[in-house]
Write a protein that binds this ligand. Sequence first.
Ligand code: F6R
Length: 242
Amino acid sequence: MRIIVTDSYEEMSKVAARIVAGQLYLKPNSVLGLATGSTPEGMYANLVKVHQSVGLDFSEVISFNLDEYIGLDKENEQSYYYFMHKHLFDHVNIKPENIHIPNGNPENLEEECKKYDKLIEAKGGIDLQVLGIGQNAHIGFNEPDIKFEATTHKVKLDEETIKANSRFFENEEDVPKYAISMGIKTIMLAKKIILLASGKNKAEAIYKAVYGSVRPDAPASILQLHQDVVVIVDKDAASLLP
Ligand code: F6R
């Protein structure tokens, strides 16, 4: 694991965007694994800037998002489909057919999950996976005590996650209770991973991810066993690191 500590959220976002841009310069047809949430918003804003200013090319990029709420329509402003279009896809030249986000309203959920993993494999696997982290050290929506060998599957969100995500909804009751998420195995199969975190409320999760024992009750700890992970954290999120 390489750990980069930045002075601010803005700097964290720039460093992360530089890594993604570097990946696309080296391999324009990269398969990107993408995250939603507040943390990568700044990274996406920087990527849009690089696209608009120097033409960073997304025309051959293939993307797979980590997760989606079950039960929200694509048009719902809280859906991850909506988020990704608002923050990235509507502003770069990615082809719509190359965008993949789990379908949160599938006819057959099990089939949808299997199809998602198969498609990732068929596209050659994820070259670079972007991750945020939950306060409970979840990655994707792999909540504590998840099976490390899980592939894409339906998850029940933890109370803590529902509370944390209620900031985006009018009422806590509106937060979906279930999601579809890439599993830990899907994530670990990515060739490279960057993990982003900002703020004191992520410090404990980052400590567990980087120094804690590798245990399912801290899902992000599994990343210690991956051969190519860069952790990019601002100094608040790094505050518990020795
Ligand atoms: C989002 C995702 C989640 C978030 C995590 C942190 O696609 O997979 O694991 O990365 O919940 O969310 P924020 O960045 O909003 O603190």
